[in-house]
Design a protein around this ligand. Structure first.
Ligand SMILES: [Mn+2]
Length: 285
């Protein structure tokens, strides 16, 4: 019998994988937004948070202070993991600037398991954040969950099976029924929300998940909410194939930047162009 650890390591290389895959997205206007988000946003890569693996208990303070430094400049933050635990210090930082937060949480796992409050664990940080009043569970939605956890702590959960049977529009409507336009919204995106067919490079893959085709329109519907920050986590390039997972993560991040650009007035350059070209192509053909 072979005993394996519950979680396969390797997510620390996620940010470099996402950075590399993001170059695939550099040449054209964003689809289907029909604009270049970088014409509306001033974006920089702020580099990495330096963590000392010899002092794991310092992770919370180091990530939180790093985020504080950036958010103090009236900026917003799109963070790449790394272990999903980074959401906890990131949420602590965002809470200081925005107050109690509505969480939109894409994941195969609810990450509200009980722990002793002291562990560095990527399965308990949202329970901790809720108990500390950082996140409001009743005003939050977890999307794509497909692992058993009896400790929901009042979070609204849209299981993967529910999404497959109800369809994407019901997901979009449910999110907008739970979260009001003024509520500060933080999106946390565990790449294992995707089915392993669409994101194999992650430490705790679970079958029966969502496809890229399902997730993109959900994400693209969130531009009318008060988005304050996002993280994309658990990409482990060592288990990836053909950069599938890193490209999915980079695309999710790019779509988020497009939502921020929309919030700052970005509009499609050629409304209807895609449909018209399709129709004229069909007529010509
Ligand atoms: Mn997960």
């Amino acid at each position: 019998m072979i005993v394996l650890p519950v979680t396969a390591p390797g997510a620390r290389f996620g940010p470099r994988g996402i950075r590399a895959a993001s170059t695939e997205l550099a040449s054209l206007d964003a689809f289907p937004f029909n604009f270049d988000p970088f014409k509306y946003l001033a974006v920089i890569d702020y580099g990495d948070v330096w963590l000392d693996y010899g002092y794991p208990q310092s992770v919370v303070e180091k990530v939180e202070k790093h985020a504080d430094t950036i958010l103090q400049q009236s900026t917003s933050l799109l963070s790449f993991g790394g272990d999903h635990f980074i959401s906890y210090p990131l949420l602590r930082s965002h809470h200081k600037f925005h107050g109690p937060i509505s969480l939109i949480h894409f994941d195969a796992h609810s990450d509200t398991w009980e722990d002793d409050g002291d562990r560095l664990d990527h399965g308990s940080m949202f329970l901790r954040a809720a108990r500390e009043g950082i996140v409001i569970p009743e005003k939050s939605v977890q999307i794509g969950i497909r692992t058993q956890n009896y400790c929901t702590h009042g979070f609204n959960i849209l299981h993967a099976q529910w999404i497959h049977s109800h369809g994407i529009q019901d997901v979009i409507d449910t999110i907008h029924n739970i979260i009001s336009p003024d509520d500060p919204v933080y999106i946390t995106f565990d790449i294992d929300c995707f089915d392993p067919a669409f994101a194999p490079g992650t430490g705790t893959p679970v079958v029966g998940g969502l496809s890229t085709t399902q997730i993109l329109p959900i994400l693209q519907s969130l531009g009318d909410l008060n988005l304050i920050g996002m993280d994309i986590v658990e990409v482990a390039p060592v288990y990836d194939h053909a950069e599938i997972t890193s490209l999915a993560a980079a695309t999710i991040g790019y779509n988020y930047l497009c939502l921020l650009a929309q919030m700052r007035g970005a509009k499609a350059k050629h409304i209807g162009t895609i449909l018209n070209e399709t129709l004229s192509g069909a007529a010509a053909g």
